[in-house]
Design a protein around this ligand. Structure first.
Ligand code: ADP
Ligand code: ADP
Ligand code: ZN
Length: 216
């Protein structure tokens, strides 16, 4: 399956990715995770990405597209992909149309997770993440089994540097201005399906599962 997960920061893309990957085994391509890995290793890409991410701004298209192009050309994507947080701009979506065609894996489904600003603030402010495997937890809504420890790999959880109210406001503006137009872009192609992200994690996944079963 060739799937895109879209939605504002904190809507639940990472959380639902974890559930989707239990359901169908395809490579999980999260540009946010890839940038954070590069920042951790202080590669050239990491240093560049950091200067944008810490301010809540999007990393420039040519950089992000280059990263995804390389990732999609690897062998494991011959069986499909789950894109999480890419594309986020119209030029990225246009580039993906070309890349997907090149690997004979056209986008089949765009899952658009919706949530309002008040809920996004609650989710971002309580979010804790695993620096090793990228899993998301929440201080109120999704506690790990052992306090502050990742269920999947045992690492100590951290708060993301960009999960501040200040950065969230910039990210929400970026979402409204640059990412939201993709809903229309993919609706015109008949690919965009919206899911109510205000439900419980299980109920959101139930809705997503129905959409996956339709394309499976
Ligand atoms: P969130 O989970 O809050 O939606 P991500 O982990 O997906 O955020 O991304 C973190 C940051 O990485 C973004 O705020 C942005 O700066 C950068 N980023 C991630 N994906 C992209 C993309 N497709 N284009 C540009 N910047 C991106
Ligand atoms: P995104 O990847 O879209 O930025 P995450 O999956 O990291 O979002 O979720 C943001 C925060 O909200 C995390 O702390 C996560 O545990 C929590 N969360 C995700 N989905 C839900 C939900 N349906 N109900 C309550 N909390 C949720
Ligand atoms: Zn972990």
């Amino acid at each position: 399956m060739n799937i895109i997960l879209m939605g504002p920061p904190g809507a639940g893309k990472g959380t639902q990715s974890e559930r989707i990957l239990d359901y169908c085994s395809i490579p999980h391509i999260s540009t946010g995770d890839m940038f954070r890995e590069a920042i951790k290793n202080q590669t050239e890409l990491g240093v560049l990405a950091q200067s944008y991410i810490n301010k809540g701004l999007l990393v420039p298209d040519e950089v992000t597209i280059g990263l995804v192009k390389e990732r999609l050309s690897r062998d494991d994507c011959k069986n499909g992909y789950l894109l999480d947080g890419f594309p986020r701009t119209i030029p990225q979506a246009e580039a993906l149309q070309v890349l997907a065609k090149e690997i004979s894996r056209p986008v089949q489904l765009v899952i658009n997770i919706e949530a309002d600003k008040d809920e996004l603030i609650r989710r971002i402010s309580g979010r804790r993440v695993c620096p090793k495997c990228g899993n998301s937890y929440h201080l109120l809504f999704k506690l790990p089994k052992v306090e502050n420890i990742c269920d999947a790999c045992g690492s100590e959880l951290i708060q993301r540097k960009d999960d501040t109210l200040e950065s969230l406001n910039v990210r929400l503006d970026a979402y409204e201005n640059q990412t939201k137009p993709l809903v229309e872009f993919y609706s015109k192609l008949g690919l965009c399906k919206t899911v109510n992200g205000l439900q419980s994690i299980d109920d959101v996944f139930n809705d997503i599962q129905k959409l996956l079963d339709e394309v499976k």
